[in-house]
Design a binder for this molecule. Structure first.
Ligand SMILES: NC(=O)C1=CN([C@@H]2O[C@H](COP(=O)(O)OP(=O)(O)OC[C@H]3O[C@@H](n4cnc5c(N)ncnc54)[C@H](O)[C@@H]3O)[C@@H](O)[C@H]2O)C=CC1
Ligand SMILES: O=C(CO)COP(=O)(O)O
Length: 341
């Protein structure tokens, strides 16, 4: 297959490497000309994925995205690998594409005065409604995929041809790609787990213990599921790779940038210090407010996500955020079980 990956951050680069190794013809696009030149000459993405050798045959492009027409016309699959903040712009640029298009971003678009605050497929419906499109998600640290360590992903779309294209492009001896029709559930899982990973990083940074971490993950899964069901997802999706799977990975794995933000806040750093140290995007920081706003719109309670927003806005200290969560009225665990069955 001819695959174009738009965005040469950690995840776009890792998937481009993986697909090229499997035998596909991959072009890795970046807006940064200097980054493309370095990748061409050094066979390494020193800025975003250092230490991984870029395979022979991998092509690169820094052509402005609105001039990529010929490349897009020849592609069998287009993959958007930018952060959520750039998705609207990228989808607009590829809106006339005939090949399947998939995004890798996990989050809600940050809400703005123009009333945005959408999931990826909702943005696509607005700006590129004619595309056959979907999402590739699941528990997957870029570095492990680039190293060829065993990983399982989920390809979600309402279009069979998009799910099939993603499986054909990325399934390999080290990368299993499962198909799922529930794009709403897959996207909600990917967005909410980032917010919960900030909370769990904070919990671990404050050394609140393993009981507290397990409670946060479980009650976080309940919040994620409640929001997803209210937005039209299927309950079973949240027990799968993009729900429980990615939540466990991101909440407990130190390679997670969102978890690192929580750990850093627990050390007393402010948000700017915590994000500046990363050098990569931590989508939970940008999505947290939108998660809480969308939940409020559909009457869903998300106390952990609310505590994260209060923390990010410096309205609560880490210790106060924990006290706010622990001080809530006793309630029925079955409230969650009921929606899961
Ligand atoms: N790194 C990982 O392990 C995984 C990341 N993801 C998701 O994939 C998305 C991208 O993540 P990473 O690659 O890790 O981010 P990153 O921070 O490593 O790289 C982001 C890339 O996007 C580019 N970019 C930013 N704004 C852009 C714009 N307006 N136009 C074009 N390019 C732009 C940056 O220059 C950079 O190359 C995020 O939504 C993330 O949540 C999903 C699964 C795994
Ligand atoms: O989505 C990811 C793993 O599946 C990566 O998580 P972070 O963005 O927190 O690093």
């Amino acid at each position: 297959m001819k695959i174009i990956v738009l965005g040469a951050g950690a995840w776009g680069t890792a998937l481009a490497v993986s697909a090229q190794r499997t035998g596909h013809q991959v072009t890795l696009w970046a807006r940064d000309v200097a980054l493309v030149q370095t990748m061409q000459t050094r066979h390494e993405n020193l800025r975003y994925l250092p230490g991984v050798v870029l395979p022979d045959g991998l092509s690169f492009s820094a052509t402005p995205v609105n001039l990529l027409n010929a490349g897009l016309a020849q592609a069998d699959l287009v993959v958007i690998a930018t952060p959520m903040a750039a998705l609207r712009q990228m989808l607009t640029a590829v809106a006339a594409c005939r090949a399947p298009v998939a995004w890798l971003c996990k989050g809600f678009e940050a809400a703005s005065s123009e009333g945005f605050g959408l999931l990826a497929h909702e943005i696509q419906a607005q700006v590129a409604p004619d595309l056959r499109a979907g999402v590739l998600s699941g528990p997957s640290f870029a570095l492990e995929v680039a190293r060829g360590q065993p990983t399982a992903l989920v390809a979600a779309s309402v279009h069979t041809s998009v799910r099939s294209a993603l499986v054909a492009a990325f399934h390999s001896p080290t990368l299993r790609v499962y198909a799922n029709e529930d794009i709403v559930g897959v996207e909600v899982g990917g967005a909410v787990k980032n917010v919960l990973a900030i909370a769990t990083g904070l919990c671990d940074g404050l050394q609140l213990g393993l009981n507290a971490r397990a409670a946060l993950i479980t009650r976080g899964l309940a919040e994620m599921t409640r929001l997803g069901l209210a937005l039209g997802a299927q309950a079973t999706t949240f027990m799968g790779l993009s729900g429980l799977g990615d939540l466990v990975l991101t909440a407990t794995g130190d390679l997670s940038r969102n978890r690192q933000v929580g750990l850093s806040l627990a050390q007393g750093h402010n948000l700017s210090q915590a994000t500046a140290a990363l050098g990569h995007v931590a989508e939970g920081v940008y999505s947290a407010r939108t998660v809480v706003q969308r939940a409020a719109q559909v009457g869903v309670e998300m106390p952990i996500a609310q505590a994260v927003v209060a923390l990010l806005d410096a309205q609560l200290t880490p210790v106060q955020a924990v006290a706010a969560l622990m001080g809530r009225e006793p309630t029925q665990e079955q409230a969650v079980q009921a929606v899961l069955t």
